[in-house]
Design a binder for this molecule. Structure first.
Ligand code: PMV
Length: 338
C-alpha cells in the first residue's frame, strides 16, 4: 500500500486541479457585439485555391454586425436576413455552416446549454462575392470571444472561421475570412500567414452587383472538374498567379494604367476557366466603355459582383452611373486615397 501513496496523492491533486479549473472555466456569458466587413478580391480568385497568390481589399464601409445577448432560459435563437429561428432547426438551412460554428463555440466555452439571442445585422449582399459568409463567421467568432472575455489572436480567428467556410464552400482558400477581418489590402497565399500590402495613393474601385447569386461552392467545383478534364487549363491558373504578382508591383508603383490592363487580362483567364457569364460580361464591357482602366469579375463569378478600376472620384461616379444604367442592382466605391 505504501508504494501507492504518492500515486494516490498525485491522482487526488490532478482531480482537485481538474475540478477547480472546471469551476474557473465555467464562465458567464455577457452581452457583447462584434463587427467585420465586406471584401473584394482584386485579383487571384480561383487560382488562390491552387496555391497561387491573390490580392484582396477590405471594404470597411460595408459592415457586418453581430449582437449576442444571454437569455435566462435555454433557448438559442438567431435573427438574421438569411435565417430566423432556433439554432437546433438551422441544420438543414443555408445557415447550417454558421450554426455548426456556433455549436463548436458553445462547446469551447463549456456552454452548450446557454440560452442566447444572436442578431446578425448585415450590409453585405449574400452570395455576391463580397464575403458575406466569411464576414458573418468572423463577427460571430469575435462576439462569442467578447461575450466570454476570452483572448482571440488573428490566427485563431481564421481557424474558427474556417469551420463554417468549409461547410459552406467545400474547399475555401481562407482569403475571404482573412480579408473580412483585416484593415489593409491582403497578399494571400493559401496556408501562409496573410500579409498586409501598402495602399496605392490614388484610384477608386467601383464594385457593382449583377443582382445574380454567385455560387462559390459550385464555381469552385466547376473549376476543379475543368482542371481534371483538361490539365492544360493549369496554364490559366499559373497565368492568374503571374498577373497577381504583376498587380502587386503596379499597386506599389501607383501605376493604375498597368493595373487596369492586368485586371482585363485576369478577366479573360477567368472567362476561359468558365466562371464568367453574360451579366458579368455586360457590366465589365459597360465599365470599360465608360472610362474604367480595367474591369473584371470579383469572387467566385457565375453571378455576383464585378470590380472596375477608376482613375479618380469623378471617373468612378461616371462608371457607377453607367453600371446602374446597364443593370447593376447596387454599386459601392472604395477610394484608395482615403
Ligand atoms: O466566396 P467568394 O465569391 O468571395 O469567392 C471566394 C474566392 C474563391 O477563390 C473563388 C474561392 C476561395 O476559397 O478562395
Amino acid at each position: 500500500m505504501g508504494n501507492y501513496v504518492p500515486f494516490l496523492i498525485l491522482c487526488y491533486n490532478e482531480l482537485k486541479y481538474f475540478y477547480e479549473s472546471r469551476v474557473i472555466v465555467m464562465q458567464v456569458m455577457h452581452a457583447a457585439s462584434a463587427i467585420s466587413h465586406a471584401k473584394a478580391i482584386l485579383i487571384g480568385e480561383h487560382a488562390v485555391v491552387y496555391g497561387q497568390p491573390a490580392i484582396a481589399i477590405p471594404i470597411p464601409t460595408v459592415r457586418m454586425q453581430v449582437e449576442l445577448k444571454p437569455r435566462a432560459d435555454q433557448q438559442q435563437r438567431i435573427t438574421s436576413a438569411m435565417y430566423n429561428g432556433a439554432l437546433t432547426a438551422a441544420a438543414t438551412t443555408r445557415f447550417a455552416g454558421i450554426a455548426t460554428l456556433i455549436r463548436q463555440l458553445l462547446i469551447r466555452f463549456d456552454a452548450a446549454l446557454q440560452g442566447f439571442d444572436l442578431n446578425i445585422i448585415s450590409d453585405l449582399p449574400p452570395e455576391r462575392g463580397m464575403g458575406s459568409s466569411a464576414a458573418t463567421a468572423v463577427a460571430v467568432v469575435r462576439a462569442f470571444h467578447a461575450a466570454y472575455a476570452a483572448p482571440l489572436d488573428h490566427a485563431a480567428l481564421l481557424r474558427w472561421a474556417d469551420i463554417s467556410e468549409r461547410i459552406i464552400h467545400g474547399n475555401p482558400s481562407g482569403i475571404d475570412a482573412a480579408t473580412c477581418s483585416a484593415d489593409r489590402p491582403q497578399w494571400f497565399v493559401r496556408g501562409q500567414k496573410p500579409r498586409s500590402l501598402a495602399l496605392p495613393h490614388t484610384g477608386v474601385l467601383v464594385i457593382a452587383d449583377t443582382g445574380i447569386q454567385g455560387q462559390t461552392r459550385l464555381a469552385v467545383q466547376a473549376v476543379a472538374e475543368r482542371l481534371k478534364m483538361d490539365p492544360a487549363s493549369e496554364q490559366l491558373i499559373s497565368g492568374l498567379g503571374l498577373l497577381t504578382r504583376q498587380a502587386a508591383v503596379a499597386m506599389a508603383d501607383d501605376d493604375f494604367k498597368t493595373l487596369g490592363a492586368i485586371m482585363n487580362s485576369a478577366q479573360e483567364k477567368l472567362a476561359a476557366l468558365g466562371v464568367s457569364n453574360h451579366p458579368i460580361e455586360q457590366l465589365v464591357a459597360s465599365a470599360r466603355a465608360h472610362g474604367a482602366l480595367g474591369a473584371k469579375l470579383t469572387g467566385s463569378g457565375k453571378g455576383g459582383c464585378i470590380l472596375a478600376l477608376a482613375a479618380d472620384g469623378s471617373s468612378a461616379a461616371t462608371i457607377a452611373a453607367a453600371l446602374t444604367q446597364a443593370g447593376a442592382t447596387e454599386t459601392w466605391q472604395y477610394d484608395f486615397a482615403k
